[in-house]
Write a protein that binds this ligand. Sequence first.
Ligand code: AMP
Length: 397
Amino acid sequence: MKVLVINAGSSSLKYQLLDTNTQEVLAKGLCERIGIDGKFTYKAPGKEAIDAKDVAMPTHSEAIQAVLDALVDPANGVVGSMQEIEAVGHRVVHGGETFASSVKIDDKVMAALEECIPLAPLHNPANITGIKACTKVMGPDVPQVAVFDTAFHQTMPPVAYTYALPYEYYEQDKVRRYGFHGTSHKYVTQRAADMLGKPIESLKLISCHLGNGSSIAAVCHGKSVDTSMGFTPLAGLPMGTRSGDLDAGILEFLMNKYGMDIKEMLNVLNKKSGVQGVSGVSSDFRDLGSAAAEGNTRAALALDMFSYGVKKYIGAYAAAMGGVDAIIFTAGVGENDAQQRMAIADRLEFMGVKMDADANNVRGKEAIISAIDSKVKVLLIPTNEELMIALDTAALA
Ligand code: AMP
């Protein structure tokens, strides 16, 4: 089935057209600066690429139209007509407690998505706009499916998702750990079971999604039982520019000292913290590696804090699950940064993790990077959220 996968932001829209039978990407690209001055890119194997500025895109509807025009273009398109696109899969950030799996979109689902807006006020409205734009441009008969970042983690038990706050905040306001990157954690843990040749129901896995945003998930017998992100994606590990967990008392101290309101404080925590904030160099691990190699001690500290943070989660989640069969590395840092992987696994030999330095010298492709006699297998698995979204969409459409 040919499925169009859409990831709509407030002023951007990423798209991929996939064939779920062959798992091939037929075309992909990005609409940016929607509502401003419209930028459009399109890439399809063997076809002329598009990289256009000043494309009229006052709303997401024109952006979707531009995507469809490119896909059906007689010279450089990849489908004969729009009818060949059988379904659309949308990445939706927050499904709250309502959605524990992907769902075919209808009026009832749209209403429930609107109800989830307070939980993700920046992201969910953009996702909803993307869905409405597809309905408007493609018509109501093309099935659309919502695939949630939070859904995979809905299997967490209360002991993992409850915050130690007055319980009314959970009951009345749904303040709890939700977790994110669920589509990625689901995809790589399924692939891990395939690579290990064992049913996922028999495995205890720790999935490390380490990118610009990072999260770790404990996946026991195929179900997420804990994860490092929380009510929002600000929690857990230090990230590119996000602080991760910190003592909430720091907020009051800094807000008083520098006269910041909560919006300014959150801007610091989301945009100016993490490895960027500590190093003062960059949020990109490649820049940090170069700076550390040249003797920049703050860049080295930021890298060490990151690997130390991941290591602590691995220890915690192995304890939570009563063991671990395999650790998975994925996303930009996890797939590409052999040094970080080595630093994270260092001193985990006590729990049966033994790396193979040569096997670890690999980038961006599936590999077993632990030693043959390692009790706990360590796997590198490139994530593929779009494929996961397309497969869920094809199953439900
Ligand atoms: P993601 O959010 O998954 O796209 O990951 C993006 C991050 O991956 C970038 O900010 C980089 O820090 C990191 N990254 C990408 N390539 C490399 C590489 N070759 N070595 C180290 N880090 C990398």
